[in-house]
Each structure stands twice: as structure tokens, then as C-alpha cells.
Write a protein that binds this ligand. Structure first.
Ligand SMILES: NC(=O)c1ccc[n+]([C@@H]2O[C@H](COP(=O)([O-])OP(=O)(O)OC[C@H]3O[C@@H](n4cnc5c(N)ncnc54)[C@H](OP(=O)(O)O)[C@@H]3O)[C@@H](O)[C@H]2O)c1
Length: 224
């Protein structure tokens, strides 16, 4: 069965891309740390005639990622991996807690690298795509986003290198750089004063779904 694996599939952009790929007939493997959020998305996919399964996964934990790979490889042809899970803490650098710095780097950078490395052998078995959800914070530095930018620049470096390393193989890497989206990402933050200017995650998911087959880089700037 052809499948799409999404990290952070329980909310925001991950949830919206899950709906779109489910409509295209893929089995969606929804992952994240919070079971209730994943169950809700699974129910919505099911209500619209799609198929999905949920797997609790913290992408910072290498052993758990390997267990998931071993679990799913028997049942699915993994055609798309969407490295979407990510976190952000914002403010002047001196006010960012060390634990928050470590969490951002472990989740955004280490998690993305471990997921990619672990699932690559499965992806190499057929024509496949890895969609790296980065951010315009991976294209240029921003005030009060220093560590988040550092993490997204790191993912960009990893992903651009990987594009070259996998050139000529059956695995295509698509790097996505988007501006602000109105998602739960901002729930605990006052970094964005006016959230009404943010794009909806549904709009971004549709742009990704429409473009990923024909390009290696998708840039969606914030609304002016
Ligand atoms: N919102 C924006 O303005 C914006 C702009 C540009 C780029 N982005 C990027 O877009 C991606 C999606 O974010 P979003 O806006 O949709 O926010 P979101 O709704 O908060 O989604 C992030 C997801 O990541 C999951 N996650 C966090 N830590 C995890 C971990 N250690 N292991 C597994 N899953 C984890 C969360 O699920 P659990 O808590 O259940 O694990 C959550 O579902 C992120 O990479 C973010 O950096 C966001």
C-alpha cells in the first residue's frame, strides 16, 4: 500500500497536508507525541473516506524512529516522507532558556536528520519524495528568532546537501520555505502581534501539494 509518513501530523500544517494526501489515495502514517491530536485527525480522514494510522513518535529519539521503521516497512511502500514537526521559542537571545535552545535544536535539526537517515532505505525502494518543511527563517536571519533561524538554516544546509547527494537516485528532496501560518505553533507566544495577517495552513498545504512534483524548492513569502 502506498503511504505518506508525516511528522507532527496532529495539528497545523501537518494535519492539512495529511487531509490532502489522503484524498489522493495515500495511506497516511500520522506521527507525533500527542495521541489525542492524532486520533482526531485520523477520525477526520476516515470520515472523508481516507485511510490512516497513528504512531506515537518523538523525533528526538533515535530508537523510537528505528522501531517505527521496522514496524511499518512490512505493510507499506513509503512514497513520501514529510519532515514537518518543529517547535519555536522567540525573544532576545539572553531571554531564551537553555532548555528551549536544546529543545529547538534537538527537534528541528536532530529530529529531521534522524528521520531522514532512518527512512531513506525504505524510500530508495521506489520513486519517492522527502518534503522538508523549513521556513523563511531558514533563508535569512530575523530579530528575536536567532536560535529558531539557526535550527532552520541547519535543516536547509542538510537538505541542500542531501539534494546533491541523492541526485540521480529515486529519492527527490523538496525544500519548503514558508512565512507565517496561523497554527497552534503560536499558541504560547506573543512574538506575532497580528495573527490575522498569517496565511492559513490549508493554503500552504495546497501550494505544496500542487508544486512538489515539479520543483525542488518552494518559497512562499508572508503576506505584505
Ligand atoms: N506556523 C508558522 O508560522 C510556521 C512558519 C514557517 C514554518 N513553520 C514550520 O512548520 C512546521 C509545522 O508547524 P505548524 O505551524 O503546523 O505548528 P504546530 O501545529 O505546532 O505543529 C508542529 C507539530 O510538531 C509536532 N512535534 C513537536 N515536537 C515534536 C517531537 N519532538 N516529536 C514529534 N513531533 C513533534 C507537534 O505535535 P506533538 O506536540 O503532538 O508532538 C505538532 O503537531 C514546523 O516545522 C514549523 O517550524 C511554521
Amino acid at each position: 500500500m502506498k503511504a505518506v509518513l508525516i511528522t507532527g501530523g496532529g495539528s497545523g500544517l501537518g494535519k492539512e497536508v495529511a487531509f490532502l494526501f489522503a484524498k489522493q489515495g495515500y495511506h497516511i502514517i500520522l506521527t507525533g507525541r500527542n495521541e489525542d491530536k492524532l486520533e482526531n485527525v485520523k477520525s477526520e480522514i476516515s470520515a472523508s473516506g481516507g485511510k490512516s494510522s497513528i504512531h506515537i513518535l518523538d523525533i528526538r529519539k533515535s530508537n523510537d524512529i528505528v522501531s517505527l521503521k521496522n514496524h511499518i516497512q512490512k505493510d507499506y511502500d513509503l512514497e513520501i516522507l514529510i519532515n514537518n514537526a518543529g517547535i519555536g521559542f522567540f525573544g532576545p537571545i539572553e531571554e531564551i532558556d537553555d532548555k528551549q535552545i536544546i529543545a529547538m535544536l534537538e527537534t528541528n535539526v536532530l529530529g529531521t536528520i534522524l528521520m531522514t537517515k532512518t527512512f531513506l532505505p525504505l524510500l530508495k525502494k521506489q520513486q519517492s519524495t522527502i518534503i522538508q518543511i523549513i521556513s523563511t527563517a531558514g533563508l535569512r536571519g530575523k530579530v528575536n528568532e536567532t536560535v529558531y533561524c539557526a535550527s532552520k538554516f541547519a535543516v536547509r544546509g542538510f537538505s541542500e546537501g542531501l539534494q546533491q547527494e541523492l541526485d540521480g537516485t529515486s529519492v527527490k528532496i523538496v525544500n519548503v520555505y514558508m512565512g507565517g501560518m496561523d497554527t497552534p505553533f503560536w499558541d504560547e507566544s506573543d512574538h506575532i502581534a497580528d495573527k490575522t495577517r498569517l496565511r492559513s495552513p490549508k493554503e500552504i498545504a495546497e501550494l505544496i501539494s500542487n508544486q512538489y512534483k515539479t520543483t525542488k524548492e518552494i518559497i512562499i513569502e508572508s503576506k505584505k
